[in-house]
Design a protein around this ligand. Structure first.
Ligand code: PGA
Length: 261
């Protein structure tokens, strides 16, 4: 069955590439990505904060049709929060997508579901699109708790978000054991969990929101597995870490449609 959801392939650079390297990367990517690619799908890149202005001016001046993304933000507009960056600042830079609740933020920086929910609402309030990340650990998967974990993260993450806003969201299912490990979830397991995500959205926000929400898979997405993952009915995109740090591999993921299954 086909749907009207436009695929979104996102490159999360994490704490890699300074602003000179970012400039080079964006230019290389713009040579590799074709008009057909951008007609077929949305592409977002999520550099570190120190690169955002450089990437923004490059995208604007060279008319490169990638969406600017951020990896993180604070939930407040401004204030005494040393070291933090506000959603208002990101919106001013033309940022369109902001990752919220990445497992590295949850695990290394102790971000709670409540905090992530506040960020999701703040990102929406500034007319940007959150990419809300959810996913289970290996222990949770082995204990048969993957679905329950993702359900709980979604319920908390989407609290007090209106159905019409949920419809506009991106949710990334990222099993923690697959992130940066080279171990990808099988396309079948990824599909099962992305379908769970959609059914939680249906319960919470209704079938229109569930039909519209875009669900990405993340966790060791590579040029060699992107086509199979993207062929699954409930997978609408990919959140790519390691493989987005090389222009040619990210471009080949963007071009998954051209690969044989
Ligand atoms: P990876 O990271 O592609 O390097 O596994 C994915 C992510 O953390 O979003």
């Amino acid at each position: 069955m086909t749907n009207n959801r436009r695929p979104l392939i996102s490159g999360n650079w994490k704490m890699n590439l300074n602003h000179f390297e970012a400039l080079k990367m964006v230019q290389e990517l713009s040579y590799e990505v074709t008009r057909d690619d951008v007609d077929a799908l949305d592409i977002s890149i999520h550099p570190p904060f120190t690169d955002l202005r450089t990437v923004q001016t490059t995208l604007d001046s060279d008319k490169i049709p990638f969406f600017l993304g951020a990896q993180h933000c604070h939930s407040e507009k401004s204030g005494a929060f040393t070291g933090e960056v506000s959603p208002a600042m990101l919106a001013k830079l033309g940022v369109r997508y902001v990752i919220a609740g990445h497992s590295e933020r949850r695990e290394i920086f102790g971000e709670s579901d409540e905090l992530i929910n506040a960020k999701v609402r703040a990102i929406l309030a500034h007319d940007m699109t959150p990419i809300l990340c959810v996913g289970e650990t290996l222990e949770e998967r082995q204990a048969g708790e993957a679905e329950a974990k993702v359900q709980a993260q979604l319920k908390a993450g989407l609290a007090r978000v209106k159905a019409e806003q949920v419809a506009e969201l991106v949710i990334a299912y990222e099993p923690i054991w697959a992130i940066g490990t080279g171990q990808t979830a099988s396309a079948e397991d990824a599909q099962t969990m992305c379908a769970v995500v959609r059914s939680v959205v249906a319960d919470k926000s209704g079938s229109d929101a569930a039909e519209a929400v875009r669900v990405q898979y993340g966790g060791s997405v590579k040029p060699t597995n992107a086509a199979e993952l993207m062929s699954q009915p409930d997978i609408d995109g990919a959140l790519v870490g390691g493989a987005s740090l090389e222009a040619s591999s990210f471009a080949r993921i963007v071009q998954y449609r051209l690969h044989d299954l």
